[in-house]
Unconditional design. Sequence first.
Length: 68
Amino acid sequence: MSAHTRTGSHPTIRGSVDIRLPWWALALPMLAFVVLLLLIADPAQAQATGSDPAVGQILERIQHSLSR
């Protein structure tokens, strides 16, 4: 007994890939990249918080652990 398979609404061509992404799947990573690039390019705009010394200590510990 043979089983019938559905071919779908559009026949596929061998060797082709049909991938459709929503608009935000490309826009959000691009936006994040641009924001990080701007922070790297102009570090004066990225102001550190001086009121909480714990944040500075955490960042120093992370930097110290990465330098090992």
